[in-house]
Design a protein around this ligand. Structure first.
Ligand code: PAF
Length: 283
């Protein structure tokens, strides 16, 4: 497994692979890898000759009062997991290499960032779109895999690839959950034992939505209210949003007829967690 610490090393590596007609699959991450990341690597592994992961905590996607300085990190463990998952190259740049002095450009989508997480994290998706564009240009993958847990991010990346004519196939990886239903996230590391119990309110809310929809409930407002009441009963929870929306454009829906996205963001203590599910009333 090669470890490449600069943009030029990474680009050179990819160019060489391309000269050898090798295909590249790419999984961008911010490190502190867990089974969710590993599942993305496992999804990509059989599809290409080379499997590349990037580990970079991107400062431009964090707001001023967010957890950039506390973001968990364990590079040794990450490298071990990456190796075991069959990664052939790790891109491990530092901040200066990615954002040199006088860096000025931002990639900003006009519409999709205005919903869900974008409402409370106004600069987040411009940061994500900018770093992902840069990583795509540096790594030059044929395929890139993103997790469905960050559903809005996934939609934004799909749109970005279309709008900017990247010749990259975007694949999605399922949400990987702990046995109790908690969606895996690097941020789960912040939770105390009691907060971990409260954090189950997210996946359980999705179960509640599934149950209500299966029972014939068509009114999204009714479901939203029931979910909010349900979450409020768990200690240390502050709801940021509960949204029942169109899975393509993320707009709120008036009535549940077709497949919908139920998406949530809830603070458990100081830790902001997200989760979502696509629910089809016909199933
Ligand atoms: O999903 C993440 O970990 C990050 O948002 C990403 C895509 C690696 C960009 O920094």
């Amino acid at each position: 497994m090669d470890i490449l610490k600069t943009k030029s090393q990474m680009r050179e590596w990819s160019k060489n692979k391309k000269t050898e007609s090798k295909t590249i699959c790419f999984v961008p991450t911010m490190g502190y890898l867990h089974q969710g990341h590993v599942s993305l690597l496992e999804k990509g592994k059989p599809l290409c000759d080379e499997l590349v992961i990037s580990i970079f905590v991107n400062p431009t996607q964090f707001g001023p009062n967010e957890d950039l300085d506390d973001y968990p990190s364990n590079i040794e463990k990450d490298l071990d997991l990456a190796q075991k998952a069959g990664v052939t190259a790790v891109f491990l740049p530092d901040k200066k290499n990615i954002y040199p002095e006088n860096f000025q450009t931002e990639v900003k989508l006009q519409y999709l960032p205005g919903f869900l997480c974008g409402k409370s994290r106004p600069i987040h998706f411009a940061g994500v779109a900018t770093i992902v564009t840069k990583l795509f240009n540096i790594v030059m993958p044929d395929i890139a895999v993103f997790g469905q847990k960050d559903y809005q991010q996934l939609q934004i990346i799909r749109q970005l690839v279309k709008d900017l004519d990247f010749n990259i196939k975007i694949l999605e990886g399922n949400i990987i959950r702990e046995k109790n239903g908690l969606a895996m996230s690097s941020r789960n590391a912040y939770l105390s034992k009691i907060q971990r119990k409260s954090a189950l309110c997210l996946s359980k809310s999705l179960d509640l939505a599934r149950k209500l929809i299966a029972g014939g409930e068509k009114n999204p407002v009714t479901i939203k209210k029931k979910i909010e009441t349900f979450i409020e009963a768990f200690p240390e929870t502050i709801i940021e949003y509960v949204s029942l929306c169109n899975p393509e454009n993320l707009e709120d829906i008036d009535r549940i007829e077709d497949k919908i996205l139920v998406a949530l963001a809830v603070k458990i203590g100081r830790t902001r967690l997200i989760d979502n599910a696509l629910i089809n009333p016909a199933q």
